[in-house]
Design a protein around this ligand. Sequence first.
Ligand code: 2AM
Ligand code: CA
Ligand code: CA
Ligand code: CA
Length: 311
Amino acid sequence: GHLTPSDLRDILSFTTALARAAGELILEGSDAILASGTVDEKKNSVDLVTEYDVRVEELVKDTLGKSYPLFKFIGEESYAAGSRPALTDEPTFCVDPIDGTTNFVHGFPHVCISIGLIYQKVPVLGVVYNPFLDQLYTGVKGQGAYLIRKNGALRIQLPLAKPTHLASLSKGLLGIEWGSDRSGPIIEAKGESFKRLAGDPKAGVEKGQMAHSLRSLGSAALNFCMVAQGGLDLYWEIGCWPWDVCAGIVIAQEAGGFISGSKTSPLNNIASDDVLAGRKHIVVRAIGDSETEKGVDAQKRLIKEFYETVE
Ligand code: 2AM
Ligand code: CA
Ligand code: CA
Ligand code: CA
């Protein structure tokens, strides 16, 4: 059936409570993993997974399945285990049980549960909860983005979050990530882009054009939330999956951010699908002369292409 704004509000309360419950399990898991837990390697020695990634996804998948039996479910660990439903126009939850697993196993407190909802192939709702810092971010298409902490809920709106003179690509604070694909060409190309952003003259940067600094939070979802909050001026990443970006896209967009992607931007010397989030003029500058897509087109494409990427 059709998803109304009121349905989305109901789903938001449900998924917010669920994210908090998942957060409790993540905190419990952190103590266990740091004390004596086993960390397994997936594709290489930096692609990590723990039993808690799987347990949190089971909790979320089972709970959603009971209340929303007709909705489809896409999750990182289910996908890894071979459960890969086709992406359709039906309502589809898109979940990353632990985003920032590397942080999780190191006790670096930028870790979250990310619950997104896709409808007609567009992300329409996102809940991202960091239980270590007790920060919960929400976004619902057309209904705004919020940061909820112990002391209350705050509507987040980019134009109000930061003085304009600080918000540019040069002089910005930029979110970038090394990712878990460390194959030579990828890491070399990323390194070149990062050097350019950091101001290495040999990498072709004009004086005064470098970023204030680069930050790697280690969680894609939290990078989007930090863009929404105004803490990062741009988030740029290559190698994402739909569960990394689904919830965060809605939160950043509802806070007034712009989402795009480009295989041909000056940042993207890997020519693989990337994602950019930030204020529109900053994203447009980062993309340069290459084509900028309309927000919804870019989001649709990102979810679809990220999902249909063949390993
Ligand atoms: P994870 O912790 O759920 O595995 C770090 O770059 C961020 O990107 C994390 O959100 C991480 O999610 C995600 N990520 C996972 N695999 C990646 C890859 N191959 N390339 C880039 N990012 C990846
Ligand atoms: Ca992972
Ligand atoms: Ca992830
Ligand atoms: Ca994960």
